[in-house]
Ligand binder design. Structure first.
Ligand code: AMP
Ligand code: MG
Length: 520
């Protein structure tokens, strides 16, 4: 395997001077060198050929023992020195101190086509940051990360990527529901890829420790390698840097809202400094449209990370980042202005996003009311978000009477739709139809545009669970099928129509489908 390896992170940033692998507080360092765990019987389950190509890995390399060994941590590429990153974070609203890569190990950095990538193994064994956990990952959560991160990429949503999914051959003990029932599960390793895995928490940790020297070194490094267009380090550049991170984070969250993705654990250690979706844990996809929904049972009481709260949490997290960067800027006003801009931008951009979803382009100062009414209606009876918006594109101008018929498939209990609910929908379609008169697009043109922002296929929670159930029995065909369907989420793909369907009833309350814990 011939790769254009780089070592910028380890060359330019301070390393932990301790080389032994035991749990500790790591000070004045951005990472610790660590060797991945040897696993019993590494076995490749799936590879993203496209991702391999992006890294400059040849197709012939993918079937070699070396490749399997490298992506499971059993062998190192010559000259590489794996490391785990130090970071902290606010978890569920509280400062949690040092966290760090407890089970993720960066194995190499590579430059290809003028782009810089880091490859990281999730589940590759203990590190100084493992705290009281084992450094491992189970097959179910690895499948979920592998499939979802690639699906998000193909939806056009900023995200870390995945290169491979492999079994480690080891067993991993987990209490999946945190109810005292431990069981062994298959261990697995995802190799994931990103230009950088730095998080908000990577900066917060140095601010919390008042280590402003390392904070500055890390911020300067980040700007040099990932925001070089902002120019050389200065107070002004740091402010611009924060503005960029704020804007990127907002864009990312707006995409999540558009497709009904709920991250589940938006702690600041799970917020990428590049504005990428990162750390796929107890995430989920809205089935019934519901602002209050969260898939994460660990958060079921307060629902801090519910669908409708994601934009607010993004802002809250940015406040924490602003506090962390403050020592380099020493002025609050510019940071507050940026946070204020997030709020106003969010208002205008989410309106714009919703307008796109229903095919409106012209300016009309009452559009927010039409959209408000739509959201109210979507809550009247359990209504599948994906099917609703996709089917709405079949609406024809001047045919408001057909509206309800067109979207009826999205109702989970169509027989229980009362006359009152039906009437509210008919009223809405009349308003919508009237509003469409202001638009110049034909029905066909509008449909094309709507279908480009309303995916037909998303990784519904039960789909991932079906793939997991099969994989636990050694059958990986469904992983491959879903991987391929989700590569073209906006296309019709009639042969995969069975995945354009409401969640089946058996999945309503099934663990893994509607209930997920952080145990992974
Ligand atoms: P998460 O909530 O998954 O983002 O994880 C929060 C922190 O816990 C991060 O520092 C993780 O690296 C760490 N962590 C999660 N699971 C494990 C594990 N099985 N072993 C070691 N560290 C873990
Ligand atoms: Mg995390």
């Amino acid at each position: 395997m011939k790769l254009n390896l780089k070592h910028t992170f380890t060359k330019e940033l301070p390393a932990d001077s301790v080389l032994e692998n035991y749990r500790r507080q790591v000070k004045e360092a951005c990472y610790s060198y660590v060797t991945p765990k040897q696993t019993k019987a590494p076995e490749l389950i799936h590879v993203s050929n496209e991702m391999a190509q992006t890294l400059g890995i040849k197709e012939a390399d993918l079937s070699t023992k070396l490749f399997t060994n490298v992506v499971t941590g059993n062998e190192l590429l010559p000259g590489t020195k794996p490391y785990a990153m130090c970071y902290g974070g606010h978890q569920f609203g509280h400062w949690a101190g040092q966290l760090g890569d407890g089970r993720a190990i960066n194995v190499f950095e590579v430059e290809h086509d003028n782009k810089q990538w880091t490859v990281q193994l999730k589940g590759a064994g203990e590190t100084p940051y493992s705290r009281n956990a084992d450094g491992l990952a189970v097959l179910r959560s690895s499948i979920r990360e592998y499939l979802c991160s690639e699906a998000m990429f193909h939806l056009g949503i900023p995200t870390t990527r995945a290169l491979s999914l492999a079994l480690s051959g080891d067993e991993v003990l987990r209490d999946m529901l945190y109810d005292g029932n431990q069981a062994y599960e298959k261990g697995a390793i995802v190799s994931r890829v990103s230009p950088s895995f730095l998080r908000f928490g990577s900066y917060e940790i140095f601010a919390a420790r008042q280590d402003h020297k390392t904070l500055k070194t890390l911020v300067d490094y980040t700007i040099k390698h990932h925001f070089s267009y902002l120019g050389l380090p200065s107070k002004e550049t740091y402010i611009q840097f924060f503005a960029e991170v704020s804007q990127r984070s907002l864009e990312m969250i707006l995409h999540w809202q558009r497709v009904g993705f709920v991250h589940g654990v938006m702690n600041t250690d799970n917020m990428s400094i590049l504005g990428l979706t990162i750390d796929y844990g107890p995430y989920g996809w809205l089935e019934g449209f519901d602002f209050n929904w969260t898939p994460n049972t660990t958060d079921s009481q307060h629902k801090r990370y519910r669908y409708g709260n994601q934009p607010n949490i993004g802002l809250w997290n940015l406040y924490q980042l602003a506090n962390a960067l403050y020592p380099l800027i020493e002025e609050t006003q510019p940071l507050e202005d940026i946070l204020e801009t997030y709020k106003t931008d969010f208002e205008s951009k989410s309106l714009q996003m919703m307008k796109c979803k229903i095919g409106l382009e012209a300016v009309d100062d009452k559009d927010h009311l039409l959209i408000q009414a739509l959201e109210d209606n979507l809550l009247l009876t359990e209504t599948d978000m994906t099917i609703f918006f996709r089917n709405l594109s079949n609406f024809k101008k001047g045919d408001s009477k057909k509206g309800l018929e067109i979207i009826k498939d999205a109702f989970y209990t169509p027989n229980e739709v009362s006359d009152m609910i039906a009437q509210q929908w008919r009223d809405w379609f009349e308003r919508y139809d009237l509003r469409l008169e202001k638009e110049s697009l034909s029905d066909e043109e509008r449909q094309l545009k709507m279908n480009a922002v309303n995916p037909k296929y998303v990784l519904r929670n039960y789909m991932a669970q079906l793939a997991i159930d099969d994989a636990n029995k050694g059958d990986y065909k469904l992983i491959d099928e879903l991987f391929h369907v989700l590569k073209k989420p906006y296309e019709e793909q009639p042969k995969y129509n069975k995945w354009f369907a409401k969640r089946p009833d058996w999945a309503r309350h099934k663990v893994g489908c509607s209930m997920l814990s952080c145990s992974s």
